[in-house]
Structures are given as structure tokens and as C-alpha cells.
Design a protein around this ligand. Sequence first.
Ligand code: GLA
Length: 742
Amino acid sequence: MGIKYFEKERFFKLDTPNTSYVIAIVSSEGFVGHAYYGERIEDVTGIAELMRVHEAPFTPDTNARDRLSFLDCFPTEYAGHGVGDYRESSIRVKTVGGHSAVQPYYVSHVIYKGKKKLEGLPATWGSEEDVETLEITCVDPVLDLQIVLEYSVFADTDSIARNVRVTNRDVQPIFLEKVMSGCLDMDNENFDMITLHGSWARERRMQRNPLGKGVHSVSSLRGESGHQEHPFIALLEHTATQNRGQVYGFSLVYSGNFVAMAQVNQFDSARVMMGINPEDFSWKLESGETFQAPEMIMTYSAVGIGGMTRSLHELYRKHLIRSPYRNKKRPILINNWEATYFDFNETKLLEIAKEASQMGIEMLVMDDGWFGNRCDDNRALGDWEVNEDKLKGGLKKLVDGVNALGMEFGIWFEPEMISPESNLYKEHPDWAIAIPGRTPGLARNQLVLDISRKEVRDCIIDKMFKVLHSANIKYVKWDMNRPLSDIGGACLPADRQGELYHRFTLGMYEMQERLLAEFPDLLLENCSGGGARFDAGMLYYSPQIWCSDDTDAVERLAIQESTAMIYPLSAMGAHVSVCPNHTVGRNTPFATRGNVALAGTFGYELDVTKLSDEDKAMVPRQVAMYHRFNDLVREGDYYRIDSYQENHYYDCTQVVSKDKSECIVTYVQVLAKPSSHSHKVRLEGLKADKQYALSIVSVKPGEELLQKTDRIFSGATLMKGGFVIPNAWGDFQSTIYYFEEI
Ligand code: GLA
């Protein structure tokens, strides 16, 4: 790792273990250009030629007549607006005079060890040994607007974190209409682009298309990252696979409205940008004020998509998640949502807890329905007082009862919401986000609280603290069940209405920060109608996020595949639920549901008292499996071996320990295939010159968890030759194979 400045050449070279990134200052005016991003290069002599600044059109200070064409093809680190670069700009303003142009020029830089916090925003972090940072200060002299481009490199992962801060040094206010978090201009080398798309219960399905000319983008205007599109894109060689080819990955550490785009222009150069969605965004910056844009992560892998994945996993596990649970086994929880929905009382919960505790389940999570008169989803959001008609004797009595069974207790909140039918709404109808004269649209019968307002945040946080202090509560599920709409803030002046979306997101971050400051040992799990806020921003607050309301094992293969392409397995909330599955009606074997959930946080979402004897007997076996393998799953290197989404037949993943001495291979045969051969998969990440003994994991009651075999394989055989998996009889069959070095 390291950042070097080459004074004579005016280069910055940023190195991660396997990648280099080169920034060059060009011309006496100080354009900040992008020279190179890719495999690590020690000697970068001659690299500036890649920027083509000596070809016509000429550098502006030596030949001003073609300034426009210079700007329109110059590979820049941060694109100005309105003065000649006709591609998408990185920044756009509105001055008091009504003008929108901006052009940043280099002024100075500083390189230092460590990394600063981002004011009010989630961001990666690290010690002075782990991280080094470059700040390039630019100025638009006409606007007296300062733009600081910040880059951090990490010693232990091939990722670069960057962000942008904008300060108004003029005496007049200025409006920021667009502030991207970063910009990267590259030659389009026959790239494909990967984006993620989905819906409720069908989150993050992968789309891979050739990157044609024009603008290709994903975005959200929902006030959250959303089910529909995701703050991530990857550009990769057309021939790149899981383990071959060049891949550039980009991920935004932000949970509100975003845009992530790639634009290919007339010269076949590809510009990548991501940041806060400029649509419906305008931020008034008074004289002397600074605006902090969210952090953007860039990763380059020369060894395929899997290399990008493992770099992001390392970065997020080591330098983003802060929770004390980051490197710890999480308690196996049972959540009562799919078991009871709103229809529960303390007796029912204790019944579930009693049965669950005997099976080794470690925590009961009481989901929606415990507060106010919340008997269904039409009411009571905001009334965060325990409903003692439902929970007789109160919350403490219930929690003590659960604790007495040897289990911990967790609870659900939806703090950003308000039901029109609630006491809170009666008291504060103006606290809901709405536009004067326009009835705000309902979704799931609820409105959104204007948590950009401090008094609103204070009130909700107070109510939550009261509940959380009243009993021994170790876990909170923080939900958000509708997107924002009808954007109007009762307390914002007309020229600040464009700030509401971002202020809402900042308000939510501030509330989570306060919650964690008050309860530092709390296990927080974020959630949004399933996985609508599964993003890097939320990982800064919660080490795990509910992945989807769809708990069907087959649907989960797809959802977990694309989620795990970016985020560590330890972050994916995954539970075993009953069949027929409540979302898709599919029946899958109980063992397969457990094997699929093992790739995430692992837990249950069902009424254990109603399980068949056969399934019931399997729960303690699955619990044992979780305890045996969670360290490996949580901390190991993840390899996507084969994908059911691609082959429509079977799914296969592998997790290898850091020292490569053991791995598990999870194989799910989704569809039976008659009259076919056993199937060969090629494993990865093992020691080629060592031998591994095979065991088969069994959750059958009465059997040893590890069924040892006498089969031995060299790492080279498994990786180069492959491993043969027999055909199973029936759909949805799965096996976990365990290889241990001998
Ligand atoms: C959302 C969550 C579910 C559950 C319900 C409760 O849909 O994703 O897990 O908590 O809300 O209303």
C-alpha cells in the first residue's frame, strides 16, 4: 500500500497490494486527470501518454483554440460542467446569478496516514497502519468554490475509497445541484456492465449487458437504496468470468437516493460516476459552509468477478462494519413474523421460546405488532409503547421469561414511519412528509416521518430508549416498510426543499448512531420490507441486514448470490422458514432450507411448536452445523463456483478458511435431471500441493455431523481436475461437503 507524489511528472500513484491508480496534473492551469487504473505497476514511466493530452486537440495552455474539444475528451478525475466537457458532469451549481458552470483546477495536495471520518455519513475506516489518504484540493476561481477530492488506499484489500467535499468560499450562497462522489474515465475495452435489479421478495437479480454507447444508469428516487436497483455497478471485460478477466467494481456507501452510471462517448471512452441522485436534489451552501458527498468504493480485479467480490468482502468486514459482533458468531435467533404475523401474545411467544430453547436456538425476536393498538398494518406506527393487553404483565416480564429459558431477547421497530391512525399522528399531523395542498400517498397504510427535523428524531429516539431500557433487550430489527414520496418538509424554506431527501438519510444515520452510542453492545439488524436497504451505508451501523422477505430456499439462491457478489456472507440475514413457503408456495426439504441459510447469519422464522417431529429433530442438528461452520462462513474467502441463475440446474458455492486448511462446498441441485452423469465442479482457493480429506455434513438426527469418508484429494486435483458430485434423486436436494487438509 502507498501513495506517492512524483513532483517532476506531477503524478500521484496510489498502490493497493495488487492494483495501481495514477492521477496526473495536466497543463499550467492544473486539470486533474486520470492516467491509469488496473493491475499494479511499479515503474509508471510514460504512463501520461495514456491520457492522450499531446494529441490534437491540444492542451489548452499551449493552444487555447480547441479548449472545448480538449475538455470533451480529457480523462478527468472530476468533471466540470458547462465549459466544454459534454459528457455527464460530476458537479453542477446554481449561482445567485442563475449560472450553472463549474470547472475545478488543482491547487494543492496533502498525503497522510489514516483516514478522516466523513461528517454525518457512514464510511470506511482504518488505523494509520492500515490506510493512507490523499487529498487533492481544487478550486473554481470564478465561483471561489473549493472541491477536495479525497482518496484512501488500504494495506489489506484492493479497494480505494474516495469522496468529495465542496466548500463555498464566496460571500454569496451557492446551490449545489449535483455532486457526484467520484468520476473515473477509462477507455471502453469492450466492457460488459453488471447492474442489479429487483422488486419486493425478488431483490438484486443480476443483469449483464455489453456496454454500448450512451448513458447506462441505475438509480433510486425512493429515499432509500431500494428493492429495484442497487448502488453498485461493475464494468468487466466481455470475456470475464468468476475467475478470469479484468473487473472494475464500484459501490456507494450511501442509503438514500443514488445514481450509478457509465457513459460511453464518441471516442469510446467510458466514464463511471456514482453519488447522490441529482434529481430532486439542491443544496444551499452558505458562505463558508461545506457539503460532504458520500463515499464511493472502487475495486479492480485482474482475476475475475470473484476477485472483486473478495476485495469488497475484506474491505467491508475489516474497514466498514463497526459492530462488536463484526468478528463474532451471532446468536441463532428465531423471529415470530412468519410464525404468527400480528396474532400473538406473551403466552404464544413463550411457547415458541420454550420449544426453541430446547433445540439450542439462542434468541427470540419479537417482530411487528407489540406496540400501541397494532393489531394489523393499518395503524399505530409511532406509538412505541408496549401493548399490555397483548403482552400481559408487560415487556420486562416477557423478556425475563425468555431469559429464564436461557435465551436472549430482541425486538422490532420501524422508527421512520407514522400511521395516520396513531396517537402520534393525532398529536403531530405535520410531522409526516407532505406537500401543502396535496394529500400524501399511502403505502402499506403509512406515511413517512420527517426525520430531517431534530424534534421528530428526539421524540422517536426517546420512545425507543424507554422501551430498550425497560428490559434486557440485546437486539433490534430496524425496519422501513415504504419508500418516500410527496416530498415536502414543513420546516424547510422554499430554497431548501431540495435538501429533504438527503437530510432524511442523514437523520436516519444520526438516529442509528445515537442508538448505538446508548447501547454499544446492541446487535442491530437493518431491514426494509425485506432487502430494500441492503447497502454499504447500512453496514456501518449494523453488521447484518435482512436480505429479503422471500425465505424460499430456491429464490434465496439467486438473492444471496448477487448480494454476496458485493457484501460479506456474515451480513446476510438468512432464516429457515416453513413450507409451503409463504411467498412462493414452494416445498423444499428442511435440510436444504438450513443449508441455504447457513450461507448467511442463520436463524429461524417459523413456529417451532408446529413443526413435524422429523423437522423438529433436525433443528438441533442444524444448530450444531451452524456452530461448527460459522467461523469459516463469517471469516473465510467466498467463491461462487456455479450459479443456478445461469445454468438453471444447480448452485454451488465454496468458503475457504484464510489459511486454506479447510473449506465447505454447498451444492444445491435445484432441478433433478434424469439419465444424467454425476456433476463436476472445479474448486478454488486451496493449496495445490496439499491433500484434503473429505467429509459429508449430515443434519440427520442420530448421525455424526461430519460423516468422514476415506476419500482424499490433492488441492490441485480439486482445483484443476474438479470434484465429482453425484446426481441426487428429486428436486431441491443439497449437500454440504467439508474438506480438511491432512
Ligand atoms: C417487513 C420485514 C418483515 C417483517 C414485517 C413486519 O416486511 O421485512 O421481516 O418485519 O416488515 O411488518
